[in-house]
Design a protein around this ligand. Structure first.
Ligand code: LIP
Length: 283
């Protein structure tokens, strides 16, 4: 389906366009999720990227090629940025930001916590100042798709068209009662620094969960199933869709100094727990 409307950046504010883009994002994310789940080969051809523990499989590449073809067929003048190298400039002010498999290590090991993340953003995601306006995260291992659009709320549904359920962040008021998600990078020196931060956080929360997918972590915050999440080292494709799902579910997402989330830091939660967590991870 090609959505043909005025493509000026302010068209992104058009409710009908946003609703159509959200439906496309859900369709693309679920189709790619079915591909990586159902056509998983015996040999995933895992190769190292930035370090020996940072891997990419043949299905990361196949999923991104699949998403790129579907997106550029439906929205040929939009931009595209993908984790595995897809990049094309935007002629409309809108750019699709995709993570073909978020949680690749879990996927490699046959664990269910991985997802396909598809977002539409305004601005250039390779520079500061971009913001998501549509997001969809499909976790085939969990059988659920979360989605959101600006000023349109956030929802979850069973994959393939279950009745959508509006989602909302949890009501925790004290970080000490909070279940907090986090993650770690792939460089040994970075992980040592992240361990030092974790040493500060762990005694001050209910518990920590390291689930292995930033997109799923953020959706669980929006769904009230994690009270907060923080991580450093995330790229736009890791966080774009989940960022919007949290904020449209009534939560707050911030980065260093309270600015937008970026590779330096992402913190998410309801307002109270988010603010308390920021004091520990971004003093
Ligand atoms: C993953 C992130 C996760 C992080 C992992 C990894 P990938 O993305 O979603 O939050 O902790 O180290 O970066 O590499 O599986 O797309």
């Amino acid at each position: 389906m090609t959505v043909s409307r005025p493509t000026a950046p302010d068209a992104a504010a058009d409710e009908e366009t946003l609703a159509e883009l959200e439906a496309l994002a859900v369709d693309f994310a679920e189709a790619a999720a079915r591909l990586i789940r159902d056509e998983r080969p015996g040999d995933l051809g895992a190769q190292s990227k930035t370090s020996r523990t940072d891997v990419v499989t043949v299905m990361d590449t196949r999923s991104e090629e699949f998403l790129r073809d579907r997106i550029l067929t439906a929205r040929p003048r939009d931009g595209l940025l993908g984790e595995e190298g897809s990049a094309s400039p935007s002629q409309t002010g809108l750019t699709w930001v995709i993570d073909p498999i978020d949680g690749t290590t879990n996927y490699l090991y046959g664990m269910p916590l991985y997802a396909v993340s598809v977002a539409v953003v305004v601005g250039n995601p390779s520079e500061p100042g971009w913001r998501p306006v549509v997001g969809a995260v499909c976790s085939p291992g969990m059988g659920v798709t979360w989605s959101a659009r600006t000023r349109g709320g956030a929802r979850s549904a069973a994959i393939g068209g279950g009745t959508p359920r509006e989602v909302a962040v949890g009501g925790a008021t004290e970080l000490a009662q909070g279940l907090v998600g986090t993650g770690f990078g792939y460089q040994a020196a970075v992980r040592a620094e992240q361990a030092a931060v974790l040493t500060t956080v762990l005694p001050r929360v209910r518990d920590i969960r390291r689930l292995g997918s930033a997109a799923v972590d953020l959706c669980l915050v929006g769904d009230g199933r994690l009270d907060a999440y923080y991580e450093s080292g995330l790229k736009p494709w890791d966080l774009a869709a989940g960022w919007l799902i949290v904020t449209e579910a009534g939560g707050v997402v911030s980065g260093p100094g309270g600015a937008d989330p970026d590779v330096t830091l992402t913190v998410a939660g309801n307002r109270m727990v988010h603010d308390q967590l920021r004091e520990l991870v971004d003093p």
